[in-house]
Design a protein around this ligand. Structure first.
Ligand SMILES: C[S@@+](CC[C@H](N)C(=O)[O-])C[C@H]1O[C@@H](n2cnc3c(N)ncnc32)[C@H](O)[C@@H]1O
Length: 431
């Protein structure tokens, strides 16, 4: 049962009670009985304040995402595990960056570890498609031992001990998610029963006459020359001499102490001169932020921090997604966005561009009440985030040089990087 007093208190404490009515309507069903959800919302609003985001920057869509989706992707909904959710095309620009960047040059071949690749490992497969001639390995601690689809198309993945890792409905409606997650034990039991009907199935796909399916060792089916998969997370993968390690949408979940130790381990598995890309994004390199480190003399040297400009007034909520106060990426992003927003001329131009694009693409346009809206509920999520990608690209191309000038004015060595994101050097940041 959602407690409206919690949202009301958050609204008063963080936004002086000015959150838009449409945003508040979206969070009506927030599961406030969960402490992790309440802590997350409190932290998210604090980061919004640190970035000096205003209540009127929040849309109806963001309220809906916060109210219906976010609680489900927090580890608290999965017995503490990080859900292996990923999206095809998510890191497509990052793949371009890997193919051609100022640190490694344009390499016809190389090796890359995609760590915490998720399942199905869509982003690793995307990388293999784009980085022809490279050896790509995807690894995840939650790589399933088997995967079961029910006749309706919902699925669940299990580890080698038969413990359910993750499940997902065939259509991602609130009702179908609630039906699966209301009683996870019961859901796991139901999928295990389907699995038992298949008996001792061999690796690969076996289909039942009722439409159910069993996939044993499913990651193998995605392998091909130059593309392999394994089980294991940070500190666990047996490898060395990697040219690139990408660890995306993973570090959101860990604090800075973990990150420090992880950096030491990353240094041990990279080739000298090799690079680490650690950060995250939502879809099609939108709402993106990441650090680039390079191994030098056996240690990780921080080179640059890059972000997409849609973070200034985002369509989604990933810019504020963090599970810990000491999230290095989010703290730096908030500082940079704050610098941009404090420049009144830049901010006015930003609203001019972004409001025009939202109206043109019919994505959260500003309504007559002055607040940002939502999207046509019939719009396919793929279409929604693809349009969001176009909006983000246009904001970057129209305002990138402007943003660089503002950051340089604040003492940063800034520029636009190989894929058009705003980048600041970490070699000599301003105090
Ligand atoms: C949100 S998914 C990201 C998947 C993919 N990298 C992407 O960007 O779409 C986060 C993944 O991190 C993995 N993970 C959790 N703990 C990890 C660790 N210690 N080392 C590496 N990956 C981890 C989870 O199993 C999960 O699949």
């Amino acid at each position: 049962m959602s407690d409206p007093r919690f949202v009301d208190r958050m609204n008063r404490e963080h936004f002086g009670g000015t959150l838009p009515p449409g945003f508040l309507e979206g969070v009506r069903e927030l599961p406030t009985e969960r402490d992790d959800v309440k802590a997350f919302v409190d932290r998210m609003f604090r980061f919004m304040n640190a970035a000096e985001m205003r209540a009127r920057d929040l849309s109806v869509l963001q309220g809906e995402i916060l109210g219906s989706l976010l609680a489900r992707i927090l580890p608290g909904a999965w017995q503490g595990r990080v859900p292996p959710i990923t999206v095809k095309g998510r890191h497509r620009k990052i793949d371009e960056l890997i193919r051609d960047n100022r640190y490694l040059g344009r390499r016809p071949s190389g090796s890359m570890l995609d760590l915490g690749c998720g399942f199905p490992p869509e982003t690793t497969i995307d990388s293999a498609d784009r980085l022809e001639g490279w050896r790509i390995h995807g690894s995840d601690p939650s790589m399933p031992a088997f995967m079961v689809h029910d006749p309706e198309g919902a699925y669940a993945t299990f580890d080698s001990r038969g413990k359910m890792i993750y499940c997902q409905p065939s259509a991602p409606t609130v009702e179908s998610w609630n039906a699966l997650l209301a009683d996870p034990e019961e859901t796991a039991r139901r999928f295990r029963m389907i699995r038992e009907r298949f008996g001792d199935a061999s690796p690969g796909l076996t289909e039942g006459s009722d439409g159910s399916r069993l996939f044993v060792d499913p990651a193998r089916s995605f392998e091909r020359p130059g593309l392999t998969f394994g089980v294991g997370g940070i500190g666990q993968v047996e490898t060395s001499e990697q040219d690139v390690v990408r660890c995306f949408n993973v570090m959101y979940y860990f604090d800075d102490d973990f990150r420090e130790k992880a950096l030491e381990w990353f240094a041990s598995i990279l080739a000298e001169g090799g690079i680490l890309l650690v950060g995250g994004d939502w879809a099609f390199t939108t709402e993106c932020r990441y650090f680039l480190y390079q191994r030098e003399g056996g240690a990780m040297r921080p080179r640059e921090f890059s972000f997409s400009l849609d973070n200034v007034v985002p369509l989604g909520l990933v810019p504020f997604f963090a599970l810990h106060e000491r999230d290095r990426g989010l703290n730096l992003l908030a500082r940079l966005v704050r610098t941009l927003r404090r420049d009144a001329g830049f901010l006015a131009r930003y609203y001019g561009v972004t409001d025009g694009l939202r109206a043109e693409h019919e994505i959260c346009p500003r309504g007559a009440d002055g607040f940002y809206g939502s999207v046509d509920p019939e719009m396919d999520p793929g279409e929604l985030w693809s349009r969001a990608g176009e909006i983000s690209d246009t904001i970057g191309s129209e305002l990138g040089a402007d943003a660089v000038a503002v950051l340089e004015g604040a003492g940063w060595d800034a520029g636009l990087n190989e894929i058009g994101l705003v980048s600041v050097s970490l070699e000599s940041p301003p105090a």
